[in-house]
Write a new protein. Structure first.
Length: 104
């Protein structure tokens, strides 16, 4: 059974925040009042998504401009063609918890 892991406090998250879960770098972001978690590394070429812009539920790679949906990890702009992994998020008493969501 998968378990939830505490990764940050809600008050630490302004626009974006990078955290670690196991051996992965995860970017937390807010959109429409909810918190989303997405793999921080672009699926096209190594670049940290947290260093790119984020707006309207899309985070953009700072290297080549590929966009990724923060809810699903789906590609929203080339040159990337593979989605990035997203993570289930919950908050309890001001603490943000993550659980991995696997994609085929």
């Amino acid at each position: 059974m998968e378990s939830w892991t505490a990764v940050a406090q809600e008050n630490e998250l302004a626009e974006k925040l990078t955290v670690c879960l196991a051996d992965r770098e995860i970017m937390l972001t807010r959109h429409d009042g909810a918190i989303y978690a997405i793999n921080n590394v672009c699926s096209h070429a190594y670049a940290r998504l947290s260093e790119g812009d984020a707006w309207n539920g899309t985070v953009y790679c700072p290297k080549h401009g590929s966009g990724f949906d923060v809810k699903t990890g789906a590609v929203k702009g080339l040159p990337a063609t593979k989605p990035v992994e997203t993570y289930d998020v919950k908050t309890e008493n001001g603490t943000i918890f993550l659980k991995s969501r696997n994609y085929a």
